[in-house]
Design a binder for this molecule. Structure first.
Ligand code: DGL
Length: 267
């Protein structure tokens, strides 16, 4: 048993979709959430910049006496997981490995779509991890940058979202994918609209859910679970305006967000 909190890191607000899954699967764990809202988006930045931001952010999380870190951000998981694991000596989990594994478990025709930010898709992280498990897989990756602002506006179930999804996902339909990885923190919120465009023969894989499952199994294996019965304590830190985080974040996970503190990460 280990009562220290878990650190959950994201480039901003989207990681709350991962936090929500962790809370559901590990209700007794205390959590320190850090969103680098001053430097979002990570999805359009270079690998070097993302690595720098992630390492700086983790220095802050480490000062909170955490026992493990979950990188909720797909872009950061794609570009900086290796460097973070080399630098910090605690278990660090990303969303790509569990998401890729679930996609391989789901596909029957070996044709998998992956959607994410430009950074995630261009890094080829999902392709590489899927092919390690299923070398014959055909993988079609499409960056869908407009999905992020659509979700942050709360427009996930509107015509705007539907038309945008139709345009982005057309190529995936033409390739006859049977599985789609929602490879960005915001995309699970668009699940309904994406499902409507692709039809019910395409299984949507949510890396957020898979990552929470892996987090639980990993903590159990390492004897790091917090087994207290009462609800966990959640602390939120951001690098820009806390009020904005509370407002948009609350909409995103349909849950009231408690106190949010502003911190400097680039020191
Ligand atoms: N959190 C990012 C991701 O999952 C999306 C937002 C950003 O570009 O930073 O890739």
């Amino acid at each position: 048993m280990d009562n220290r909190p878990i650190g959950v890191f994201d480039s901003g607000i989207g990681g709350l979709t991962v936090l929500k899954e962790i809370i559901e699967q590990l209700p007794g764990e205390d959590i320190v959430y850090l969103g680098d809202t001053a430097r979002i988006p990570y999805g359009t930045r270079s690998k070097e910049t993302v690595i720098k931001y992630v390492l700086e952010s983790f220095e802050f999380l480490m000062s909170k006496n955490i026992k493990a870190i979950v990188i909720a951000c797909n872009t950061a998981s794609s570009l900086a997981l290796k460097e973070a694991r080399e630098r910090f000596d605690i278990p660090i989990l990303g969303v790509v490995e569990p998401g890729a594994k679930a996609a391989v478990g789901s596909t029957k025709n070996n044709t998998i779509g992956v959607i994410g930010t430009e950074g995630t898709i261009n890094s080829g992280s999902y392709d590489k991890t899927i092919r390690e498990l299923l070398p014959t897989a055909e993988i079609i990756g499409i960056p869908c940058p407009l999905f992020v602002p659509i979700v942050e506006e709360g427009w996930e179930n509107t015509d705007v979202a539907y038309i945008t999804a139709q345009k982005y996902l057309l190529e995936l339909k033409e390739h006859n994918i049977d599985t789609l990885v929602l490879g960005c923190t915001h995309y699970p919120v668009l699940r309904y609209t994406i499902g409507k465009v692709l039809g019910d023969k395409v299984t949507l894989v949510n890396p957020a859910y898979e990552t929470a499952k892996l987090t639980k199994n990993t903590l159990k294996e390492l004897n790091l679970l917090n087994e207290k019965l009462d609800e966990g304590i959640y602390k939120y830190f951001v690098s820009d305006d806390p009020e904005k985080f509370k407002r948009i974040g609350g909409n995103l996970i349909r849950k009231q967000i408690g106190t949010v503190e502003k911190v400097e990460l680039d020191i």
